[in-house]
Design a protein around this ligand. Structure first.
Ligand SMILES: [Zn+2]
Length: 322
């Protein structure tokens, strides 16, 4: 790639208004404020452009979610109730509309990449998405932002084969179930072992079913696993699997709650590991799919570690240096 790489940070001020009921909840607005602050001073080559996403048409949400669920979600938000389904999924009056804007970030990013190939994209969104199921909110997630983006890339731009890498500390059950029978979407997840971690899915034996058999690669990590375990799995399992799958585009469920200081998991990742991941993932995208790479925020709750890890990931993705 010649010259400076353009970096687009996709974020909307309304994301801060998704009301999870105060500081007792993990998904607080300050998460995005610390990311915005640190990325505005990103120490990387090339200019950064901040882009506001546009809302998503309902037909895009319906590629992943049921009409009945979307109606129920909107109704519960507007009714003034404080959560949907389970107290983890706190919401406010504006959450339905804000979740739609969060799903919109990925679509806006894909439009940008298709118009301006070679740019790097990071979407800082609330609420997150990878636990959201077809007809259920789960684990702070309401709409499955990454799954909706993957389907959009296929349908709008005919990028048929999509690979999704999920490095959040938790298994992305909602992404897996959306595509479990889909031979054209490859889902790779590195996460804390489901035997003792939320949401209890993501065993290595779950590899897809029917026509999708073999297109799911779950890599459960034991508590205490750190950088070396991830690097080994990435080199020995993730990279060869993607080289074999030959994706047309790459979507990343970028969660940072595996950090050593983040108490949402027992994983012991360093800030530097996210630099390794940014570099390896950008290299894969350039080698396999002409740099078509979209990253969307999932978890990450220890504010200083979240900020520095996102910065490290984005810097490495732009510079392709760890
Ligand atoms: Zn997580």
């Amino acid at each position: 790639m010649a010259g400076a790489t353009r970096f687009f940070h996709i974020i909307h001020p309304r994301y801060l208004l998704h009301d999870t009921g105060g500081a007792a909840h993990y998904d607080i607005p300050e998460r995005l404020q610390v990311i915005q602050d640190i990325l505005s001073g990103l120490n990387a080559t090339g200019p950064m452009v901040t882009v506001e996403p546009t809302p998503v048409e309902e037909k895009r949400l319906l590629t992943i979610h049921s009409q009945e669920y979307l109606c129920r979600f909107e109704e519960v938000a507007l009714s003034g109730r404080s959560y949907l389904g389970h107290p983890d999924n706190q919401l406010g009056y504006e959450t339905y509309e804000i979740a739609n804007l969060a799903a919109g970030a990925g679509l806006t990013g894909i439009d940008l990449l298709e118009k301006e190939p070679g740019g790097r994209i990071f979407c800082s969104v609330r609420p997150p998405g990878h636990h959201a199921e077809k007809a259920a909110a789960l684990g702070f997630c309401f709409l499955n932002n990454v799954a909706i983006a993957a389907r959009y890339w296929q349908e709008e731009y005919s990028r048929r084969r999509i690979a999704i890498i999920d490095f959040d500390a938790h298994h992305g059950n909602g992404i897996q179930s959306a595509f479990v029978e889909d031979p054209d979407i490859f889902y790779v997840s590195l996460h804390e072992h489901p035997f003792y971690s939320f949401p209890g899915t993501g065993y290595a034996e779950e590899t897809g079913s029917g026509p999708g058999k073999g297109t799911i690669l779950n890599i459960p990590l034991l508590s205490g696993a750190g950088d070396e375990e991830v690097k080994k799995a990435f080199a020995e399992q993730v990279e060869p699997a993607l080289e074999k799958f030959k994706p047309d585009a790459l979507v990343i469920a970028a969660g940072f709650d595996g950090h050593l200081l983040d108490d949402m998991s027992g994983l012991h990742f360093s800030t530097g590991l996210y630099g390794y991941l940014g570099c390896r993932i950008a290299t894969l995208a350039d080698n396999l799919c002409k740099g078509r790479l979209l990253s969307v925020l999932e978890g990450g709750y220890h504010l200083p570690s979240l900020a520095s890890s996102v910065e490290e990931y984005c810097r490495a993705m732009i510079e392709k240096k760890q």
